[in-house]
Design a binder for this molecule. Structure first.
Ligand code: PLP
Length: 380
């Protein structure tokens, strides 16, 4: 049987990983400035994470949500402390799309409404509601089209206010990434997020903060949305949560009442997933990784801005996007990989995305810049 061929892949077979580095089958070492789509949060195969998973495997790997799973309670407690949302509640699932799907569903149960506001450039995942809210017609199948999604221009307060004046009583939720990832690293403005909060309060709608990529400390704050000084009703999380072990979740404000059976999953919150997620939170706290993301991210952003060859730099913390001037616009990313052995990511309009582990060191960041300069100075 062959694989269903849906991914554009690099011809590299990675067989080993540690910290910010991975090795291929010929033992060639690569610097990982991408973390496999922002997933590696504390570094590949961190000792504490590895031990937590191995220890858990010696006890129990899985049982369904029909029994007490103490690790879920421990995770909820630690997540409440880490995020400053002790009064919220946690529902665990398996992927970012599933988290967003559950968030929108919960909002609809709560409001009894159907219309969902999302924004240009948004990516929320590939399941039905999540993909309908995503701004990419190519990945929306006919069965996913929903007449209930209202897409507005990103960061346009006037359009948002007009929309609420017209449809406010029908709007179930507004879903927004704090920093758009797939869309090219664009930050939601502080006053825009405040306007969402205000309008949702005024019209009884739900504010959903999609923190799947920008959350979990990556921006230098636990949730990048919270920089605006207002709280969302539901935060969705996935990527960095398990450092590569599949685990996702939503945290839910006290205003929602849980009813038996309203949400559910077979695999979500299993013992191994919880062990991985707890280990991630412990390392983030012990190694001050959120502070590291803030300071090292600022260092990288400042340095990128200093090169005339760089056209624009966007982002916050260790969620960074930049575009190059000619002749590097379309070649730099592939040259970084093939010549310098450095993984980076891409996004719309030739944006290069840097989403390294939050444990990236200054030395590793400098290794990136040495390689970057070797490419731009030999070719200019
Ligand atoms: N939301 C955002 C902001 C994302 O970046 C992604 C994935 O890239 C998703 C949701 C979907 O996550 P998953 O691929 O785990 O379903």
């Amino acid at each position: 049987m062959n694989l269903f061929d849906v991914y554009s892949i690099q011809q590299i077979n990675i067989t080993k990983a540690k910290g910010s580095y991975v090795w291929d089958e010929a033992n060639v070492k690569y610097l990982d400035m991408y973390g496999g789509h922002a997933v590696i949060s504390i570094g590949h195969l961190h000792d504490h994470w590895q031990k937590a998973l191995k220890d858990q495997l010696d006890k129990i790997a899985f049982y369904s949500n029909s029994i007490i799973i103490k690790l879920q309670e421990q995770l909820a407690h630690q997540l409440g402390e880490a995020s400053g949302k002790e009064d919220y509640r946690l529902f665990l699932c398996n992927s970012g799309a599933e988290a967003n799907e559950n968030a929108i569903k919960l909002a609809s149960f709560y409001t009894g409404r159907k219309k969902v506001v999302s924004f240009s450039g948004a990516f929320h995942g590939r399941t039905s509601l999540a993909v309908a809210a995503t701004d990419n017609p190519a990945i929306i199948a006919p069965v996913n089209y929903s007449g209930d999604i209202i897409r507005l221009p990103f960061n346009d307060e006037h359009a948002l206010t007009e929309c609420f004046i017209k449809h406010g009583d029908e709007i179930c939720a507004v879903i927004i990434e704090g920093i758009q990832g797939v869309g090219g690293i664009y930050e939601a403005g502080t006053s825009f997020l405040q306007a969402i909060r205000k309008l949702c309060d005024q019209y009884g709608s739900i504010y959903i903060a999609d923190s799947v990529q920008c959350g979990y400390g990556r921006s230098g704050a636990f949730f990048s949305h919270d920089i605006a000084g207002v709280k969302a009703d539901i935060y969705t999380m996935a990527k960095g949560m398990g450092n590569g072990f599949p685990v996702a979740g939503i945290i839910i404000s006290p205003k929602f009442e849980a009813k038996k059976g309203m949400l559910g999953t077979t695999f979500g919150g299993n013992h191994l997933a919880c062990a991985a997620a707890i280990a991630v939170l412990e390392v983030i706290q012990k190694e001050n990784l959120i502070e590291n993301a803030a300071t090292l991210g600022q260092y990288i952003i400042n340095r990128l801005k200093s090169y005339p060859e760089v056209r624009s730099v966007r982002g916050r913390g260790l969620m960074i996007g930049f575009e190059m001037n000619e002749p590097f616009t379309t070649t730099l990313k592939s040259d970084l990989l093939s010549i310098c052995k450095i993984f980076t990511g891409e996004a719309k309009n030739n944006t290069i995305r840097l989403l390294p582990s939050l444990a990236l060191t200054r030395k590793e960041a400098d290794q990136f810049f040495t390689a970057f300069e070797s490419l731009i100075y030999t070719q200019s």
